[in-house]
Each structure stands twice: as structure tokens, then as C-alpha cells.
Design a protein around this ligand. Structure first.
Ligand code: BV8
Length: 260
């Protein structure tokens, strides 16, 4: 266990240590999960109000579920899209977008599909699990339709399955359980954490692979790895520092400790 592990809330010495590591860093990578968007009002997956509380992942976020019952899967994604359309980036997203300019390399590697990092102004983003605002043709991966949060949800009340101009059914352009991640994105994410002097692991339960293998990769490459999460995770004890607090508070606080 790393000595810096502190199960308490966000303590000043650890905050100062993290700020000092960032002040000395040239390259930073930030791995984010659903907790990053919790303060925007997007339910997490495994929290008390989590999305999975109503369903089990195997029921809906899998290719088998889509093959078996595409209408229900689309209903769930349309409901999530409508919820995500109503939210905005929170102070944590905005702090990450501002921090980017301080480093020669600052990469956000996100498991989230809500598009909030881009809306906050982050530029270097790797969406490991896709994006809920994009539909993808089931017959041709190059046939994509990108929706905006302010447009009416396709399919309307009838719940008709959205179809591609080629006639095939469209699916959400996200990575389901049992599906491989995009190899280019995976390689970019591995390279980013290997090159990083500091890696922030923010708002993820660190149970979904291969994303959850990235902090270990970073540690092996010599990065200073920090967990920002109100709760302990299976990786907490592998971290160089743990900041037990909500990312919408902790990230702006760390930014405030850095020289203007
Ligand atoms: C694959 C897109 C292979 C869809 C998602 C055993 C070992 C290793 C792997 C596996 C295994 N059994 C099965 C697997 C594989 C599986 C997996 O990892 N399963 C887990 C559940 C065990 N992985 C896969 O299937 C992946 N693919 O392995 O393919 C392959 C290879 C070749 C060919 C074919 C196949 C694909 C995984 C991607 C699945 N898609 N999402 C959609 O969103 O609908 S995953 C889903 O979970 C989301 O992307 C989400 O981001 C992700 C992880 O969850 P978190 O983001 O961490 O969210 P969670 O709610 O869990 O946690 C929130 C955290 O935030 C908590 O810690 C909480 O304390 C904290 N928090 C709360 N509030 C705040 C906060 N933190 C900060 N501030 C706050 N305010």
C-alpha cells in the first residue's frame, strides 16, 4: 500500500503534494469516469442512483441485448440522451479545460459518453467508450449521424428504430460490454498515460477493463498517479496520492494551488 493513501477527506498536505507534482510536470493525462459528470446531474453507473440500479449491464449495454430487443435498448439510450441534453459541464470539467493550456501535453481519456469534456472546452480527448450523441450504421461503420443536445430525440414517442440512409438499423456509437474498444483509441490512451508525468484518475470505480488497466500502466512508466473520488476503489491503494472528494470541488481547488 502506498504511504500517501489517506482514507480521510481531502487533506491539505496531499493537495499541496499533488499541486507540486503538477507544477513540475510537462505532460499530464486524466482518466475520467461517470463520477466526473455526477455533479452535472448525470447518474453514475454503480452509485446509489446509478443507471445500473434499474437495469443490469448485460440487459442493455451489450450487442446481444441490441440483437434481441433493439427497441428497448434504443429507449434506454434515448432516455439517457434526453437526460444528458439537460445538463452542462460542471466546475470539474471546466477546471480540466483550463488546466490544459499549462502543459505541453494534457490528454483527457474518458470512459464517459456524454460529451461534457468537449462542451467544457477540453481539446485533446480520447473517448474510450464512444459518444451517446453519435449513431452508427449497423451495416457500415463509416455511416455516422451526429446529433446535437438541443435537437429532438430521433424516433420520437413511436420509438421507431432509427435507420441509415442505406436502410440498415442505426445503433448508438458506444462500446458495449463484450465489444472491443477502438484499437487506435486504446493505443493513443496507453501512449498518453505512458508519456504522462502525472495521471489523475477521476470519478471512476476502476472496475471496467481495459480502461481500469491504464493507471497501472502509468505507474509502471513512472507517472505520479492521483485518485480523485469520494469513495475508495480497488485501485486506491496503488495510487501515489488519494484525494477523497467530489471532482467538481477538488479539481478547481488543485487549479487554485497552481501559480497563476
Ligand atoms: C472488452 C459505454 C474484450 C456504454 C461502457 C473480468 C476482468 C476483466 C474484464 C472483464 C471481466 N469480465 C468482463 C470483462 C470485460 C468487461 C468488463 O470490464 N466488465 C466489468 C464490469 C468487470 N469489459 C468489456 O466488455 C470491454 N470490452 O473487454 O472487450 C474484447 C476484445 C476483443 C474482441 C471482443 C471483445 C468494454 C467495456 C466498455 C463497456 N461500456 N460504457 C454505455 O455507457 O451505455 S462501460 C460503463 O462503465 C461506462 O463507460 C462507465 O464509464 C464505465 C465505468 O464505470 P465508471 O465510469 O467507473 O462509473 P461507476 O458508476 O462505476 O463509478 C463512478 C465512480 O465515481 C465511483 O467510484 C464513485 O465513487 C465516483 N463518484 C461519484 N460522484 C463523484 C465521483 N467521483 C468524483 N466526483 C464525484 N462527484
Amino acid at each position: 500500500m502506498n504511504a500517501a493513501y489517506c482514507p480521510m477527506t481531502t487533506d491539505e498536505p496531499t493537495m499541496q503534494r499533488v499541486a507540486r507534482a503538477l507544477a513540475l510536470a510537462r505532460t499530464v493525462a486524466v482518466l475520467t469516469g461517470a463520477g466526473m459528470s455526477a455533479e452535472s446531474g448525470v447518474p453514475t453507473f454503480r452509485g446509489t442512483d446509478g443507471l445500473w440500479r434499474t437495469f443490469r449491464p448485460e440487459q442493455l449495454a451489450t450487442p446481444e441485448a441490441f440483437a434481441r430487443d433493439p427497441g428497448t435498448v434504443w429507449e434506454w439510450y434515448r432516455w439517457r440522451r434526453s437526460r444528458m441534453a439537460a445538463v452542462a459541464p460542471n466546475p470539474g470539467h471546466l477546471a480540466l479545460a483550463r488546466l490544459e493550456a499549462r502543459f505541453s501535453e494534457f490528454t483527457v481519456v474518458t470512459q464517459n459518453i456524454d460529451g461534457l469534456h468537449a462542451r467544457a472546452g477540453s481539446r485533446e480527448i480520447i473517448e474510450l467508450h464512444g459518444n451517446i450523441w453519435r449513431d452508427r450504421c449497423t451495416a457500415n461503420v463509416n455511416h455516422l449521424v451526429v446529433h446535437r443536445p438541443d435537437e429532438p430525440i430521433a424516433g420520437g414517442a413511436s420509438g421507431a428504430l432509427p435507420r441509415c440512409h442505406c436502410g440498415a438499423v442505426m445503433r448508438p456509437d458506444v462500446v458495449w460490454f463484450g465489444e472491443a474498444l477502438d484499437p487506435v483509441n486504446t493505443q493513443r490512451a496507453c501512449d498518453a498515460v505512458r508519456r504522462a508525468d502525472v495521471v489523475l484518475v477521476v470519478g471512476t470505480s476502476s472496475v471496467v477493463y481495459p480502461a481500469a488497466s491504464l493507471p497501472g500502466l502509468a505507474r509502471q512508466a513512472g507517472a505520479y498517479v492521483v485518485e480523485i473520488n469520494p469513495e475508495e476503489t480497488p485501485l486506491s491503494r496503488e495510487m501515489d496520492a488519494v484525494l477523497r472528494g467530489p471532482s467538481g470541488v477538488v479539481l478547481p481547488s488543485i487549479e487554485g494551488l497552481l501559480s497563476p
